[in-house]
Unconditional design. Sequence first.
Length: 752
Amino acid sequence: MSELAPLINDLALMLIVAGIVTIVFKKLKQPLVLGYVVAGFLVSPHMPYTASVVDQENIHLWADIGVMFLLFSLGLDFSFKKILKMGASPIISTVTIIFCMSLLGIMVGHAFSWSQMDCIFLGGMLAMSSTTIIYKAFDDLGLRQQQFAGLVMSVLILEDILAIVMMVMLSAIASGNSPNGGQLLGSIIKIAFFLILWLVVGIFAIPLFLRKVRKLINSEVLLIVSLGLCCAMAVISTKVGFSSAFGAFIMGSILAETIEAERIEKLVEPVKNLFGAVFFVSVGMLVDPQILMEYALPILILVLTILIGQSIFGSISFMLGGESLKSAMRCGFSMAQIGEFSFIIASLGLSLGVISNFLYPVVVAVSVITTFLTPYMIRLATPAYNALEHRLPSKVIKSLNHLSMSHPNTNEQSKWKRLLTQMTVNTVVYSILTSAVIALMFTFLLPFTRRLLPGWELHWYANAITGIFTLGCIAPFLRAMVMKKNHSEEWKALWAESNRNRLPLLFTVLVRAIIAVSFIFYICNYLSRFSSALIITLGVTALILIILSRTIKHRSIVMERLFINNLRSREIEAQVHGRKRPLYEGKLLDRDIHIADFEVPSDSLWMGHTLKQLSLGQKYGVHVSSIMRGGHRLNIPDGDYIIFPGDHLQVIGSDQQLANFGRALTTELLGEEVDVESREMKLRQLIIGDTSPFIGKTLEESGIRSLYSCMVVGLEEGQENLSQVSPKYRFSEGDIIWVVGEEEALQALLNS
């Protein structure tokens, strides 16, 4: 009999130990991530008293796949539109936190005389709070529906995005001898170029593909297609010099804009959980007790750095983002830990061979300690604010809170600012698309045409064919670059307001036209030996013809509309099915009043009751603004509306009111069956004997249902099928009936 491969043995050991440990952690109400890390420590070679993993190299390969699927899943839960709608506040808070914590990490590393790369990577690790751990802590403490929790989650989403960018930048830094400003700037430009290119092309092409094959795709095919796209983008990302995790995240964020996003997320979750578990177990396998003992002091210092640093700089960052002092402190204290992204950054450093081996177990130990302290730090925020409030002058508290109460919606942007912003975005996007098309044509089409038309005489024909075809492909982009926003409301208003606006407006057209001509100039210059003056003349002529062409105008409009529809497809689907958030959500003037979503549990005691009977307003002070059931929404329900299991309620109230409401909704339940096995339904044959009490009685009079809790399913009359028993049927001696009921009820019936 053949033996199993070492990888199978190792996976069996890892998953069994991980399963046992996570059950224990679930019982202790601790994050499962820590359970995986502990399981990894137990199966590692550093633990002499337990069985150990043999083939660590293959396990780390699976762990790399786990990172890829983790970030793919993160991308599915992310939307660039959400970030844009957040405004500047969370962006300011996120950038400030990352900058301050990274600087603190670098300073602590230098204080211990660690290498430059160790310090840089340590700064990146300390800047990343854990989304999963904080979300779990909010859930356990019943705080997830409170206003400050939503602010924290917004910042955590942005942190995750910047962590991806940070990983790419750290890879670029690690590839050089020493980091410098030029290298960092080049990395940022490269990231921005490919990020915009992939998002624009992906959002244009992938939803279109999924829409065409929607009728042919079931859950199994959709899972395979999604994972295939994830792996394909990971390969492309690696080919251009980024990590596979970055590509997986980008593909996830592209699919997040499709109608199938939620379905894909549910299908991918088991795959993510499996490979994610392998990754976190592999993290625990790198923990060496000897290193932890040797670096006990740095671990303690790093823990204090995170707790104090996040509490202070996190609170200041949220205040800079416009929050009151109390809300800012609750947000800052909540983020005082590190988690999965710190592990991923540490894994990156190890795989690149640029950080010391001791840094990984040190970071894992710091993460474990800070994770255990997370609930206590969240609870500490309010007492800390109360203590600070007693010590600070009241004028300072009032001025700090006054600064945070302004609403960004009331600050109307100037027409010039809006117009220039839109023009800049359009020009950058279309320039990137044009550059990508030119690069593809010169890389693939030009060599192909030169092979088809060999020889010096035909060389010019190959160049001309490539140039014309390339120009035809980029023509809609060039036209949109020059003409887009020239007839917008802002343009018309500025043109009509003052003659002084007209020259600057025309200048914006000239600048965009020069950029468009530059692309044509580059193509002609690359493929021909014409003089510069002739090439410029050709470029200007070609651009004029492109602008005047109705066909190109139609192509440009169709492409842009298709892209916008793809980008809004998920939002349109939510509107159709009534799941879009109300527009008045952001206009509730009281800082503590906001909207929260709740789902009625399947075993809720509230089901079947009307809103009037539940008296939610009197009990909890909240208002149910709408109820979502299936694909239908009922706005402003009256008191006679009945609550059903699975209903999604949108509720308005303060943090405390919503917390009380959520606690009651999740605790007032029917409860689970303790002895569920005894409730099994069984089928029995009952023969009406001469002493049976049912002789001469109808089915209604017999009390088989009312007295014995059993049900007669049929009468046996010697035929293949049972006969229906009418409620008026009278039993007689010798009748054979079949009865369904629980074991105890059937025994009572048979013994009657």
